[in-house]
Structures are given as structure tokens and as C-alpha cells.
Design a protein around this ligand. Structure first.
Ligand code: MV4
Length: 501
């Protein structure tokens, strides 16, 4: 592998470019009209414009991506996550063009993307699954009879869905047939496949996933779990490892099930096995056949570089470490910074990043794809950056994350930074009492402490080139600077960085 094309944008494109540099591989990029000035374009050795801003006219055009690979002389493509990363036809097209796809083979992506087939494979291998119906028969009366056997509440899931798309909950059996009709209509429209499976609804589950890795020599290992229960509408915002919920026994059982799942699927490359956890029971959900947004959490606790691992596997090398050599050390938590407004139902907040200062310090890593002055394009996921905090234990990692978030300066758009800090201060969160209903249950109707209109900020000189780079020190022991609640913008004396003495 000499030259690798990154078929993505934002922080993951930058992340892959850095791995290429370390490995002596030439990174090349693609971009849309909206991303001309993006860091991933500048950091790459060469770049090709795919087309207009909308992803359907640029990053999702697989034939244009392959043409870019050819014209730039790339012998490999890394898809990142989202876009073409779980597109089996794209993986096949790369293979047909003799370009290495950094990801699992097309047939593995296809088999795991079919949730009915995947669940059958896992059950046959002995991986624990949620009780339900995942047969090929799809007649109304058959499904209704199965629904009766399962009982309520139950979930109708689209076989071609995943990640929370194409699910419908049924609480009373009289609703079953109308809900089935709706589920099928949605699945047909979204995926062109109206097959469904039925599952008992697991109440208040935790969402815990295991990182797995396979190579072309038949090895499959796991790199421990990530607790991802803090999400809203299937969008994760905090991820950590180890999970505060797992006992060593449960962790070992789930790790073994994750490796079993990988072996049953003939897995190659980076994958994530998702589980629901309820009490001492765990159930297989699905395998995501890509590197995930939250991979830095796993990198921190295991001391690995998962993009380098992906490239090693794509080159046909064996996995860099054996299972026995992979150890989990300390605690890591990641927060996703989104350009969205938690006070208005998380509407995306568009605009220009007028001031942007990323935090740093011991145990802090920031992965971002934006720089000061950039306009946030309306076409893509509104995630701006990830702040990843590592410490010897959970309390230390949480404290470091909060400190880093308090230093983060992002002006010009509304972000979820204050919202994240309130979650970190929540007693149930601190106690590790997490489940997938945590945010809707405890944080619906959340309002920021104080809103500072941009005119006020400008009057305070916060956007002037002469303004200090950092917000005020947070309120705390010995702090006499008059700040409240760590909110630098509440200070009436403008910007100051050092406490008064
Ligand atoms: C479930 C479930 C409860 N019972 N399946 C959502 C994402 C997709 N991968 C599967 N999901 C769920 N499947 C059964 N049988 C609850 C969810 C679910 C969920 C799962 C993970 C993280 C957040 C979630 C939020 C709501 C529902």
C-alpha cells in the first residue's frame, strides 16, 4: 500500500491521514464544494473535488470516489464511518478495480447488514440473542401468531435496518397488524426491503458494545467494551470504557460472545458487536462493520492505534497483538461536541466558527475536523469534535473531561458543551446508573444556565483578535475572579485567564 484515498471528511478523515503519515503511506483526499477549506483537504498530499455539498452528490457517489482513486494513483481506499463505509457494493467495486478496501470483504458486510440472516448465524453459533422471531416466512398471520407467542411489549425491526432505523414498538397486540404495515412501508421506502424480525422489547437496557478485530489468517480478538448508553434518538454523546456496569464475569462472558460472533461471521478488519444488557443478561443486537466514531476510547485503554491495525489487516498482515497481549488499563471517556442547541430540541446550529480553541492537558485528546473561521456546512452530521479524556480511574477521567470542556471555546454557533457538563455533574451519571432511557428520563426540557446573546459577547470583546484565548478559570476553591458555574461568559469584566491575587 503506497497511497491511500480517504473517502470521508471531518475528524475521521484527519485521523486516517495522521495514521498514513506515521506509516509512510501517502494520504489523498476527496471533498465537496462545501469542504474546499477543510483541514482534511489541506493535510492530504492531493485532493479531488467530487461535486456539490449534499452527500448524495459528492461523498456518496461511489463511482466518482473510485475515479478519484484512479486519477490520484491510490491503491487503497479507507471509507471512514458513515457514507460508503458499510456499502457492500462499494467494497466489491473496489476489489473489482484492484483497489484495497480498508474494511471487511463485501460479502461479510452484506451478510451482517441482513439482520434476519445475521441473527440466525449468531443463534446457530450460540451467541445469546433477544427471544423473538427471525424466520424467512413473512406472512401477516404467521407474524401475528409469532407476536402472540412473544408477548408485549415487542419490537418490530426492519431486517435491512440497524442503528435504530426502522424499529416500531408494539404495546398491545391489537396494534400489531397496523404497526406491521407501517413498519413494512417504512422499510420498503428506506431500504427497498420490507422483511422484518420480531423481538421481545427489553426494558431500560444498557447499550454496551465490544470492539473486535479479525485478520485474513483466521484470528479474531476483542479489545474490550464501550458503554454507550448516553444517547438521544440513537445519537451517542458520551462513550466510556470500562463500563461501570460490568462485573469481571459478565465482561468475560460478553467478550467471549463477541469473539464467537466475529468468528461465526468470518470477520476481517475492525468491527463492533453491539449488545443490550439488562441485569445479568446480555443479548446480541448487531455487528457494525466499520471503525466507529468512539474508537479513541478503545485506543486509550488498550494503547493501540486501530487505524494502523485496519491498514495492517488490509495489507494481509496478522493482527499486531494476540488476545493475551491486549490489556485494558485505566478509564477513558469521550464526549461528542455537536453544533446543535439542546434548548431547542437539538436543532442544528449553523454558522461560522468565529472563535475556536481546543482544550489540551494531561490525558486529553481532541479529534476535530474544523478550524477557526470555517463555516459549518448544513449537509453533514453536525459533530464538530470529540474530546477524549483518559485517567487512572473513572473519577479521574470524568474530572479531566469536565476540565477540558470548561476550557473549550467554540463561538459563532451554539454547541452542546454546557449540556454535556450538566450530565457529567448528574448524580446518577456519576454513580454509573446508565441506561438507554437516561437522557430522555433525566434531561428532557433541559435549559442552559444563562444565555449570552452574541451582541453581548461582541461588546465584551470576546471575538476581537486581541481577546485572550481562554475563558475564565471555573468557580472553585480559591477562585476569586467572580465567575459562576464555570461559565466564562457570565463574567462582567470581560475575559481574564488568571485568577486575581
Ligand atoms: C432493542 C431495544 C429493546 N429491545 N431491541 C436501538 C438501536 C438498534 N441497534 C437496536 N435498538 C434497540 N433495540 C430490543 N429487543 C432497545 C433499543 C434501543 C436502544 C438501543 C441502544 C441504544 C439506544 C437505544 C435507544 C432506544 C432503543
Amino acid at each position: 500500500m503506497q497511497r491511500l484515498l480517504i473517502a470521508n471528511r471531518g475528524e475521521i478523515a484527519v485521523r486516517v491521514i495522521r495514521a498514513c503519515r506515521e506509516l509512510g503511506i501517502s494520504p489523498v483526499a476527496v471533498y465537496s464544494d462545501a469542504d474546499r477549506d477543510a483541514p482534511h483537504v489541506r493535510l492530504a498530499d492531493a485532493a479531488v473535488c467530487l461535486g456539490p455539498g449534499p452527500a448524495s452528490e459528492s461523498y456518496l457517489r461511489s463511482e466518482l470516489v473510485l475515479e478519484a482513486a484512479r486519477s490520484l494513483g491510490a491503491d487503497a481506499v479507507h471509507p471512514g464511518y458513515g457514507f460508503l463505509s458499510e456499502n457492500a457494493a462499494f467494497a466489491d467495486a473496489c476489489a473489482a478495480a484492484k483497489i484495497t478496501f480498508v474494511g471487511p470483504p463485501g460479502n461479510v458486510i452484506r451478510a451482517l447488514g441482513d439482520k434476519i440472516g445475521a441473527k440466525n448465524t449468531m443463534q446457530a453459533a450460540g451467541v445469546p440473542c433477544v427471544p423473538g422471531y427471525n424466520g424467512d416466512g413473512q406472512a401477516d398471520d404467521l407474524l401475528q401468531a409469532e407476536a402472540q407467542k412473544i408477548g408485549t411489549p415487542l419490537l418490530i425491526k426492519a431486517s435491512a435496518g440497524g442503528g435504530g432505523r426502522g424499529m416500531r414498538r408494539v404495546d398491545t397486540l391489537t396494534d400489531f397488524l397496523p404497526q406491521l404495515a407501517e413498519a413494512r412501508r417504512e422499510a420498503k421506502a428506506a431500504f427497498g426491503d420490507d422483511r422484518v424480525l420480531l423481538e421481545k422489547y427489553v426494558l431500560k437496557p444498557r447499550h454496551i458494545e465490544f470492539q473486535i478485530f479479525g485478520d485474513t489468517h483466521g484470528n479474531v480478538v476483542h479489545l474490550f467494551e464501550r458503554e454507550c448508553s448516553i444517547q438521544r434518538r440513537h445519537q451517542k454523546i458520551l462513550e466510556e470504557s470500562p463500563s461501570p456496569a460490568l462485573t469481571p464475569t459478565l465482561r468475560a462472558q460478553m467478550a467471549a460472545a463477541a469473539v464467537l460472533a466475529g468468528k461465526a461471521a468470518g470477520y476481517v478488519g475492525a468491527g463492533t458487536v453491539e449488545f443490550l444488557v439488562s441485569g445479568d443478561s446480555f443479548y446480541f443486537l448487531e455487528v457494525n462493520t466499520r471503525l466507529q466514531v468512539e474508537h479513541p476510547v478503545t485506543e486509550s485503554i488498550t494503547g493501540t492505534d486501530l487505524v494502523a491495525w485496519q491498514i495492517a489487516v488490509a495489507r494481509g498482515e496478522p493482527l499486531p497483538l494476540t488476545q493475551e497481549q491486549i490489556q485494558s488499563r485505566g478509564h477513558c471517556i469521550e464526549a461528542r461536541i455537536y453544533a446543535e442547541d439542546p434548548a431547542t430540541g437539538f436543532l442544528p446550529s449553523l454558522g461560522t466558527l468565529r472563535r475556536w480553541r481546543e482544550p489540551s492537558g494531561p490525558g486529553i485528546r481532541v479529534d476535530s475536523g474544523y478550524t477557526e473561521g470555517m463555516e459549518i456546512p448544513p449537509f453533514y452530521d453536525p459533530m464538530l469534535a470529540k474530546v477524549i479524556a483518559y485517567g487512572p480511574d473513572r473519577a479521574a477521567a470524568l474530572a479531566r473531561l469536565d476540565l477540558a470542556l470548561s476550557e473549550f471555546v467554540a463561538l459563532g454557533v451554539t454547541t452542546n458543551i454546557e449540556y454535556l457538563r450538566t450530565i457529567l455533574a448528574d448524580t446518577a451519571f456519576i454513580a454509573g446508573e446508565l441506561h438507554t432511557g437516561f437522557l430522555p428520563e433525566r434531561f428532557t426540557g433541559w435549559k442552559p444556565n444563562a444565555e449570552i446573546p452574541e451582541e453581548v459577547l461582541i461588546a465584551l470583546g470576546a471575538l476581537s483578535p486581541l481577546a485572550p484565548a481562554y475563558p475564565l478559570a471555573p468557580a472553585g476553591l480559591g477562585n476569586t475572579n467572580g465567575n459562576t458555574n464555570g461559565n466564562a461568559w457570565l463574567a462582567s469584566d470581560g475575559w481574564r485567564n488568571a485568577k486575581s491575587s
